[in-house]
Write a protein that binds this ligand. Structure first.
Ligand SMILES: NC(=O)c1ccc[n+]([C@@H]2O[C@H](COP(=O)([O-])OP(=O)(O)OC[C@H]3O[C@@H](n4cnc5c(N)ncnc54)[C@H](OP(=O)(O)O)[C@@H]3O)[C@@H](O)[C@H]2O)c1
Length: 275
């Protein structure tokens, strides 16, 4: 059996829709990954062969004022999953993030590149990676800039704002790859089927700034919004974010033959599906 933890989340929903065969999904309150009793109760009862952990505290700015919760959920919780995975002989698949990097490399990040998180969220997700590696069999999939049908995301925020405003200022100095959770779910499924282990980077191909992403959303939806530029410094959010965090996905391509499609194609499909 494959067990998806965080099954009600944005990626979790798409994992549940994509995985085939004997698949179970759990989320709060049925399981709380920060509670060993809860984790052991579910895992020892269901005895999955593969545990995909998509559960996380994902409010990047919220993590700055709630560091303890961030570390407990994103770091220690993964440790409890890893220990219990070891006990039942399950493989642990952990979803991680480009925010483990500092964004200063100036070229796409390889799996083995040095990490250097700039935020509490990034630190807590890095702790989750290190803890996931305690499971004898583990797979860590780093991804970025997710959007999907079943979650709050940048695309939905832009569409909502386009109904309220005719002019917006969006940061133009953070570069990454917007990634559709459906596409990511397909890659995770393939990696699980192929027995992938260690760290993999997985994101839609190509890259853009948030500003260019917003312009692409409005071009596709036909919204008449002027998109002005602003800097990350001007936006002044609580959490620091890497300015350039493109993930080099060539290991994924080499080992699995999978190349994720261009982010523009994925965005088009997302927009057609959400209608
Ligand atoms: N979103 C992005 O742009 C992005 C980018 C890179 C990587 N990631 C990673 O990708 C994964 C999926 O992200 P997502 O955006 O799909 O997340 P999401 O929509 O926030 O879903 C996370 C799920 O985990 C649940 N959860 C939170 N704390 C839990 C706990 N203690 N025990 C069990 N379940 C708990 C949440 O429940 P509640 O809603 O009730 O709290 C929610 O259903 C995460 O590991 C995230 O760090 C996300």
């Amino acid at each position: 059996m494959i067990l998806v933890i965080g099954a009600n989340g944005m990626l979790g929903h798409d994992l549940m829709a994509t995985l085939e065969g004997d698949v179970r999904g759990v989320d709060l309150p049925e399981i709380d990954i920060t509670d060993l009793v809860s984790v052991r109760k579910i895992l020892l009862t269901l005895k999955p062969k593969v545990i995909i952990n998509s559960a996380a505290y994902t409010d990047v700015d919220g993590c700055e004022s709630n560091a303890e919760r961030a570390m407990t959920v994103n770091g220690e919780g993964v440790g409890l999953l890893a220990l219990t995975a070891r006990e039942i002989g399950a493989k642990l698949v952990q979803i991680s993030t480009d925010y483990v990097f500092d964004g200063k490399k100036g070229a796409p990040y390889l799996e083995a590149d040095p990490v250097g998180p700039l935020s509490i969220y990034g630190e807590s997700k890095l702790a989750g990676e290190l803890n996931a590696a305690m499971a004898p069999e583990h797979l860590i999939v780093r991804t970025q800039w997710l959007y999907g049908i079943h979650g709050k995301n940048f695309v939905e925020t832009m569409i909502k704002l386009s109904g309220e405003k005719s002019e917006l200022a969006i940061v133009d100095d953070q570069i990454g790859s917007p990634t559709f959770t459906r596409d990511l779910a397909l890659v995770i499924k393939a990696l699980v089927e192929k027995g992938g282990s260690g760290i993999y980077h997985a994101a839609n191909s190509g890259f853009c700034s948030w500003n260019e992403f917003a312009k692409a959303i409005f071009a596709e939806t036909g919204a008449n919004v002027t998109v002005n530029s602003m800097t990350t410094k001007e936006l002044n959010r609580p959490a620091n974010r890497p300015l350039y965090s493109i993930l080099d996905c060539s290991r994924l391509e080499r080992d699995s033959g999978l190349k994720m499609r261009d982010w523009q194609d994925a965005l088009r499909e997302y927009l057609s599906l959400r209608k």
